[in-house]
Every structure is written in C-alpha cells, then in structure tokens.
Design a binder for this molecule. Structure first.
Ligand SMILES: Nc1ncnc2c1ncn2[C@@H]1O[C@H](COP(=O)(O)OP(=O)(O)O)[C@@H](O)[C@H]1O
Ligand SMILES: Cc1ncc(C[n+]2csc(CCOP(=O)(O)OP(=O)(O)O)c2C)c(N)n1
Ligand SMILES: [Mg+2]
Length: 334
C-alpha cells in the first residue's frame, strides 16, 4: 500500500536519532509549530539553505549523502558565525514516495544530526521536484558572533583547509556516473583505501561543518564566512561588508591536488570552485600568535593567505587583480 504523507513523516522523520532529547525543546514536531526555549542570556542564530536536485546535488547521489549534505551546508552557516547548533526544520519536496530512498535520506541526515546533537523540530513535506530546505537554529553569547563586517586594514586573512576539493569531487562524481558506476555512500568511503579520489568524493558528498574551529577562533577572529560559492566570491562578500580590500599571496592558498593536477585548473577550483565549506576569517595582527598556538594545540591546521588593505578589491602578487567570481545561481560559474 502507498505510504501517505503522515505515515511517511512518522516512519522516516521521527527517529530518536533525528530527535535527540534536548531539554530546550518544549514541543517538537507534530504540532502547528515547535516550542523551544533559547538558553538564558543567549542570542538565537537562524539561517536557511535550499538544496535542489541537479543544482546542489546530483540526483543519482546516494540518498544518504543527499540527506547528510542538505543539513551540513545549512549547519556550515552556523559554524561560520561561531554559533552552537541546536535545532533544525526540514521542508522536503519529493516527486514520489520511494521508501528505500527515504530511508537512506533520513539516515544520512540523522547521522550528521546525531554528531552535533541537533534536533529536527518540525518541517513540511510536499509532492514536487526533489528539493529540500533546511532551516537551522543555534545560539551565541550576545556580541560573540563573527560577522562579515569588521575586517580592518592590516588584519590577516586565513582559510581553514584545502580548497577546490569539492569541485574535483563533483567532476569525479560526474565521470563515475558517465561510466555507469554508482557513487559511494559514507560507509563505502570509510572502508575504501585512502586516496585523493576518496578525499574529493567525500568533500563533495559528505561535507562537514567546521564547528571544531569555534573554540580556536572565538574571541580571536574579527570576521568569518563559510566558503560555499568559492574563496574569491565569499572573501569578496566579507571585504565589501567591511569596506576594505585584500592582498593575497596565491602561493599560500592551500590548493587541493596541487602536486598532481593541472595547475590552472587546481587554482581555478581553489579560487572559485565553491562547495568547500571551510571558513575564511580575519584576525588582527595582535591576536595572530595566540590563534596559531591555540590551533596547534588542537591539532588544527590554519592557512594565512593574505592581508586586509584599505584599497578595495582583491589583488594577487605584483598588484595583479584576482577576479574569478565563483558560483552564482543566475550568472553561472565564472
Ligand atoms: N530570498 C531571500 N530573502 C531574504 N533574505 C535572503 C534571501 N536570499 C538570501 N538572503 C540573505 O542574503 C544573504 C546572502 O545569502 P547567501 O549568499 O545565500 O548566504 P550564505 O552563503 O551564507 O548562505 C544572507 O543574509 C541571506 O539570509
Ligand atoms: C550537481 C551540482 N552541480 C553544481 C554544483 C556546484 N554548486 C552548486 S550551488 C553552489 C554554491 C553554493 O550554493 P548556494 O545555494 O549559493 O549556497 P549558499 O552560498 O547560499 O550557502 C555550488 C558551488 C553542485 N554542488 N552540484
Ligand atoms: Mg544561502
């Protein structure tokens, strides 16, 4: 018998893994709204992102990856503000009821939700083209969130990891599908031998929000943004919000596959590929040492890539202007 809307919600979206018990959830899914208590003295932090088949993920991806990824890209915005993740809602649009797909999708979302103790507190399920919007909620101490505005000339610019990996993963995933091969899910990636190929597929299919950076950056970073559209585009948003520019040292940009890939492609992927979900942030020179000591103590590698300037625009070595603009839904990837 075909599963109806309400049985579907109950069967796939009410597992304890998606609803870890949280004392701050007074009323979770099942009512017209959820009722939540924001911890005393904290500010609520809210963000939403949509993932659409063919635009944000390949429809042939394992359902487990689609569920994981949809939550991960939304959580990444909370990490970029330095917020503790707590609750989320899911608006899901499905062309049809496919129970095997739903089981994988909800399991992928639950695996990530459980990792951060975030609770699914409500949502909406409709029939339509495959797409999902995940609204995430977290909290910060008032005044502690990192914003895009606030970078000052002289501040150092860092990124938190190798860039361009996910763009390589997307190309690899498309090549596998063209060769009629299935894309791996997390279990397969975890048992596969470590290689550049598994690394890039993991980056695209299973991105991880960088909440591990919060204790290292808190009270040290002046501004932060996550790299979803590409380094130059997202750094550009941060610099424009702050009314400043930047000089970058391209040799210090951590490019994935630097030793093995075609140099101009590797560089283009790192500057404008997008989907990396690393953080780009600024730190005043006075805080540099304590930041680097804290990162080293935590075993986290940070990459200084340039310096904020009062002159607007982003320049590379020898004043060369860097203009690759990254992902734009309406202009394409330029
Ligand atoms: N349709 C919309 N209505 C209101 N605000 C929007 C809309 N689309 C985007 N925004 C806001 O514009 C800003 C930039 O959006 P976006 O590029 O999607 O940010 P992010 O990369 O952090 O997801 C964010 O503050 C976002 O909340
Ligand atoms: C099938 C597929 N094609 C292309 C991409 C590349 N891509 C799609 S959207 C995007 C940018 C991030 O998405 P957006 O909706 O702009 O997220 P936000 O910046 O709001 O977090 C990128 C790099 C992809 N992830 N999947
Ligand atoms: Mg967005």
């Amino acid at each position: 018998m075909l599963l109806g809307e309400f049985e579907l919600i109950h069967r796939y979206f009410s597992s304890p893994k998606l609803q870890p018990s949280r004392r701050d959830v007074y009323l979770g899914m099942g009512d017209d709204c959820a009722l939540i208590s924001v911890p005393e003295g904290k500010q609520l932090v809210v963000s939403v992102d949509t993932s659409t088949a063919g635009v944000h993920f390949l429809p042939e991806s394992p359902a487990h990856s689609i569920g994981w990824r949809a939550l991960a890209v939304s959580l990444s915005d909370l990490a970029a503000m330095g917020a503790q993740p707590a609750w989320f809602t899911l608006a899901l649009s499905l062309p049809e009821v496919d129970e095997e797909w739903l089981s994988g999708f909800s399991q992928g979302m639950a695996d990530l939700a459980q990792e951060y103790g975030v609770a699914l507190v409500g949502g909406d399920t409709t029939q339509g083209a495959l797409s999902m919007s995940v609204q995430v909620h977290g909290y910060v101490t008032p005044g502690a969130a990192w914003k895009r505005k606030g970078a000052q000339p002289g501040d150092l610019i860092y990124v938190s990891g190798e860039l361009g990996k996910s763009a390589c993963g997307l190309r690899k995933a498309k090549a596998l599908l063209e060769a009629q091969q299935a894309l791996p899910d997390l279990a397969m990636l975890n048992t596969a031998e470590a290689s550049a190929e598994t690394d890039m597929l993991r980056a695209y299919l299973y991105p991880k929000p960088r909440f591990d950076l919060i204790p290292i950056l808190s009270s040290r970073a002046a501004t932060a943004i996550d790299i979803s559209d590409g380094l130059l585009a997202d750094l550009g948003h941060m610099l424009s919000a702050s009314g400043v520019g930047a000089n970058l040292d391209p040799t210090r940009i951590p490019c994935f596959n630097k030793e093995h890939g075609d140099t101009s492609q590797v560089f283009q992927d790192a500057l404008a590929g997008g989907d990396d979900y690393e953080l780009c942030f600024t730190v005043s020179p006075q805080r540099r040492l304590e930041l680097e000591v804290s990162a080293e103590q935590s075993g986290v590698r940070l990459y200084p890539i340039g310096v904020v300037t009062s002159q607007q625009g982003i320049r590379g070595l020898h004043e060369q202007s860097l203009t690759a603009s990254g992902f734009d839904h309406f202009k394409g990837n330029t």
